[in-house]
Design a binder for this molecule. Sequence first.
Ligand code: DX5
Ligand code: ZN
Length: 233
Amino acid sequence: MSSSFTPRPLVIAPSILASDFAKLGEEVRAVDDSGADWIHLDVMDGHFVPNISYGPDVFKALRPPTRKIFDAHLMIAPCDPYLEAFAKAGCDHITVHAEAGPHLHRSLQAVRALGKKAGVSLNPGTPASAIEYVLDLIDLVLVMSVNPGFGGQAFIPAALGKVADLRAMTAGRPIDIEVDGGVGADNAGPLAAAGANAFVAGSSVFKGGTKQSYQTNIAAIRNAAMLARGEAV
Ligand code: DX5
Ligand code: ZN
């Protein structure tokens, strides 16, 4: 990574989409105990994306088991009518998709007005330039490295170039570059070298199904990213 960039903190954010829904609270507690920094919450509406997941009432129920940051990824359109419900449910970050409607700027203003950190997510086909005129309103950019809607998909390598473009575009600003989809210990190094500092991981964290395996899986992603950042492992 270029020395002109001060690295943002390294973050591992397990996506509970890959967890055992029959014991969701226990799964959240298990990844909390296993080194997760944020808990990534994928909201799908069966309209913006071809799948349906969970919403604010579920997140409210998951607040007591953990004090970790709730990183909500809204794959819904429209999103504006639901922002307040996610804020009230205890979400700390609220990320909306640039493609979810015509008024991205307004949605980000609304998230900030609720006192939450605002994120923009970019689908694989959306260029980095989509955030150029909202830089003052965002705390994070979520680069999709799969087409959103499902866990367990293969990583799209073009995300690496987009991460690098975004890191250059956001240089000097307190904006996290988060990557989501097919992320694991195998590609966390190149992604970190390109400038990503937050790593969402579903299948690669929850594989194994035990707390012991979650610990190993999270550590493997973290170590790969740390090595690429030139940090001692
Ligand atoms: C996909 C979601 C992801 C998903 C990632 O639409 O946004 O957060 O859970 O799952 P993996 O890590 O399995 O690709
Ligand atoms: Zn996600």
